[in-house]
Write a protein that binds this ligand. Structure first.
Ligand code: HEM
Length: 458
């Protein structure tokens, strides 16, 4: 595309994307790659017909929005409104609607120290879920990678969020519903349509999926609210929590937060772990180094607490995966008052877009930006990075609350799988991303596992 970047002194450069709108709808990532290259880190204004958001990609600009002047850039507006049916008013609500209180309530359960104390339980849940692949590994039956990653990831989420209060069948229903929501809500989000009365393609699947989430979650919440336990799972913690007025939380408040946590915990992690396998297949030298590290540190045993800290290369692979395939590929803020960013005036009431997908590949900050090279995240090289050249988890007050939970369970899942099997993929290469709320592979990926000798009875 020649995006037709138009430069004007003291103003954001304009990029008239509406001319390439059909392509933007079918493959926004290709358009974003081109826009990112042309913008080169400068503030640009995307012309999408009547909607003209600013796109901020330079790490200094991202830092201003997310951290330094974050009060002026709030979560809300056209992109967030459609999500309200699903997430309500809690931790993933628009700013000002109970978010702060939800964040304070949930934060202690997502600290490194607290999650480390759950490692044995997380490890056992992962081990049990991974062991179920033994049959397929012994018979050589190909597996649907996306489906298996969702299944394994949801076991850890269920363990931490619900203890044993949700059945495997119900958890699966919600995970499938969330999968549907991820693709069916995109058009509502891009059009900024929240009202149920306005029909949008994909609606039927979307509403059905939102109903499924509630059919499973609401009875669980009611039961927990009627008889709160002293458990350490998130549902129990929310049921015991006090509201801003000192009273109990309402069923709706607990529902909004538990749904938000369950959806984000499953969707992001399973999407990342689905990307991992085709990327490893395309980079055999990286795969070999990863296998060697897992063999050396974990061997064939269930993973132990101290071993997680030794999985440095595994962590670097996961970090690099998030650089090139950031699950949260774009997110937005509503501008409250006019501001100036990078010398360019930003209008009050407008929308800014931040895209880790673009910033993570800016050539000023990344050598050989398109190459998959986990070494760039090993301690010696990482120190030189601008904090906001890499922001897969956002930053500032809304920084991802589940960042460490993700890192921990992704490491445990990868190490557990590789301690038992070696993967071979269908040979289709690395898929193109699909249009969805998170950056998902655009096709089904099949993988065959072969047992690592002597390990399956471990
Ligand atoms: C690869 C994994 C993940 C990625 C890439 C990711 C990305 C992000 C990003 C970019 C934000 C900031 C959004 C914004 O500023 O508007 C965010 C916020 C959030 N994430 Fe994650 N996330 C991941 C895993 C998780 C997990 C496992 C959980 C749940 C345990 C989670 C729960 C949340 C919540 C609740 C917020 C909202 C925080 C707030 O507004 O205070 N995320 N995440």
């Amino acid at each position: 595309m020649s995006s037709g970047v138009v430069a004007q002194r003291g103003k954001a450069r304009r990029i008239p994307i509406h001319r390439t709108l059909p392509r933007f709808v079918t493959n926004p990532y290709a358009v974003l790659d081109e826009v990112g290259r042309e913008a080169g880190g400068e503030v640009v204004r995307l012309e999408l017909g009547l909607f003209r958001p600013y796109l901020l990609t330079h790490p200094d600009h991202v830092q201003r929005v997310l951290r330094d002047n974050s009060d002026n850039y709030i979560r809300g507006g056209r992109f967030w409104r459609p999500l309200r049916h699903l997430f309500g008013d809690g931790i993933l609500g628009e700013d000002g609607n109970g978010w702060e209180h939800s964040r304070k309530t949930l934060q202690p359960s997502f600290t490194r120290k607290y999650l480390d104390s759950l490692l044995v339980r997380i490890g056992e849940a992962v081990h049990a879920a991974v062991e179920e692949l033994d049959g397929a590994a012994l018979s050589g039956v190909p597996l649907d990678v996306g489906e298996e990653m969702r299944r394994i990831v949801s076991r850890t989420a269920v363990e931490v969020l619900f203890a044993d209060q949700i059945s495997a069948a119900d958890a699966r229903r919600v995970v499938e519903a969330v999968d549907t929501i991820g693709t069916s809500v995109v058009l509502r989000m891009s059009l900024g349509v929240a009202a149920k009365s306005v029909p949008v393609p994909g609606d039927r699947a979307y509403w059905r999926a939102v109903r499924t989430v509630d059919e499973v979650m609401v009875p669980l919440v009611r039961q927990a609210q009627r008889g709160p336990t002293d458990g350490t799972d998130i549902l129990a913690i929310l049921s015991r929590a006090r509201g801003e007025d000192g009273g109990e939380l309402t069923d709706a408040q607990v529902r909004d937060d538990i749904v938000a946590m369950f959806v984000t915990a499953n969707e992001t992690t399973s999407v990342m772990l689905t990307w991992l396998w085709p990327v490893l297949q395309a980079h055999p030298e990286v795969a070999q180094r990863l296998y060697d590290e897992v063999d050396r540190v974990v061997g064939g045993r269930p993973i132990q607490h101290a071993e997680v800290a030794e999985l440095n290369y595994t962590q670097a692979v996961l970090d690099e995966l998030l650089r090139l395939y950031p699950a949260a590929w774009i997110f937005t803020r509503l501008v409250r008052r006019a501001d100036v960013v990078g010398g360019v005036p930003i209008k009050g009431g407008s929308t800014v877009l931040l895209s880790p997908y673009i910033t993570h590949k800016l050539p000023q900050f990344w050598d050989r930006a398109g190459d998959f090279d986990p070494e760039r995240f090993l301690a010696s090289r990482r120190a030189r990075l601008h904090r906001y050249a890499y922001f897969p988890f956002g930053g500032g007050p809304h920084q991802c609350i589940g960042k460490y939970f993700y890192q921990l369970k992704a490491q445990v899942i990868v190490a557990t799988i590789l301690s038992r099997y070696r993967p071979t993929l269908d040979g289709g290469g690395i898929p193109r991303p699909a249009v969805a709320a998170s950056l998902r592979p655009g096709r089904r990926i099949e993988m065959t596992l072969s047992p690592v000798e002597r390990r399956l009875a471990a």
